[in-house]
Design a protein around this ligand. Structure first.
Ligand code: GAR
Length: 186
């Protein structure tokens, strides 16, 4: 049995999608959701789905307290599903090549500090891109720079709003993120 801990800061639609995908899978357990944002929609999802929820702050992340919680719970993989803080060195070193992030653009384009969620889609439209996509990658100590595992793209039309772009990206994220995780861990 592989234990997956999911980190999320926002709505948590990817977290729920991943949970649903592995329901009934005897090899994969979504063991907990970790969240840094008391306003996040993922909190209600974790409660509804009965997934253990751990709230933490910046101090706990930086001090290694979060790593301790992950290790005490026999975590095998860490999945960042809309998690917006930088992962500290202590966590990268504790889980080498076992932390995976999803980013809503075709990295290395539109990545880095401050490039998340709607900021990415607004930049894609402002830049008149003709395509965008999703990137799933390993996590290192720098925002959005770890080795790329998977990318998928979609066309951006001249008439698309940032919201249109976001919707196209979310469809791909929900389709591919659980499958890529499955391939990685099995
Ligand atoms: C996703 O689109 C994910 O790619 C993005 O946050 C969204 C979370 O949606 N992540 C980043 O921007 C990371 N830099 P969700 O909460 O509905 O899963």
């Amino acid at each position: 049995m592989k234990n997956i801990a999911i980190f999320a800061s926002g709505s948590g639609s990817n977290a729920e999608r991943i949970y649903d995908y592995f329901q009934g899978d005897s090899e994969v357990n979504i063991s907990m959701i970790l969240c840094n944002n008391p306003e996040a929609g993922v909190i209600a999802r974790a409660e509804r789905l009965n997934i253990p929820l751990v709230m933490f702050d910046r101090a706990a992340l930086k001090s290694g307290e979060v790593v301790r919680i992950l290790q005490e719970n026999d975590t095998d993989w860490v999945i960042l599903a809309g998690f917006l803080w930088l992962i500290p060195k202590n966590m990268v070193e504790a889980f080498p090549n076992k932390i995976v992030n999803i980013h809503p653009a075709l990295l290395p384009k539109f990545g880095g500090k401050g490039m998340y969620g709607h900021f990415v889609h607004e930049a894609v439209v402002a830049n008149k891109e003709t395509e965008s996509g999703i990137t799933i990658h390993f996590v290192n100590e720098h925002y959005d720079e770890g080795n790329i595992i998977f990318q998928a793209s979609y066309p951006v039309l001249p008439t698309d709003s940032p919201e249109d772009v976001a919707k196209k990206g979310q469809v791909l994220e929900h389709e591919y993120f659980p499958k890529v995780i499955e391939e990685l861990i099995k």
